[in-house]
Design a protein. Structure first.
Length: 95
């Protein structure tokens, strides 16, 4: 669970994964477990302010998630090989 207000919830293209973002500066990625309950599979930290919005790319581009934050940055997160490894690929100052 997040430690503060959740600003956005976004399903992936297939509806099998979920990304949430919060005022706690974190993004969490979730997947449905065998019993149907959502389980947190990754916690992404890279923003210095509340994260307002997350958006999944179309699957033809891979497992890519974009996030924007009150810190005026947009981060692109790309999932690497299993086990789950997610890295911040780029950060763009919106000024």
């Amino acid at each position: 669970l997040h430690e503060d207000f959740i600003h956005d919830v976004e399903y992936d293209f297939y509806g099998k994964r979920l990304a949430t973002c919060s005022s706690d500066h974190k993004i969490k990625m979730w997947s449905a477990g065998p019993s149907g309950e959502w389980q947190c599979e990754a916690e992404l930290e890279g923003h210095k302010g509340a994260v307002w919005k997350v958006a999944w790319a179309h699957p033809e581009f891979g497992q890519i998630l974009a996030s924007c934050s009150f810190d005026q940055n947009v981060c692109i997160w790309e999932e690497q090989d299993a086990p789950l490894t997610v890295s911040s690929q780029s950060s763009v100052d919106s000024k």
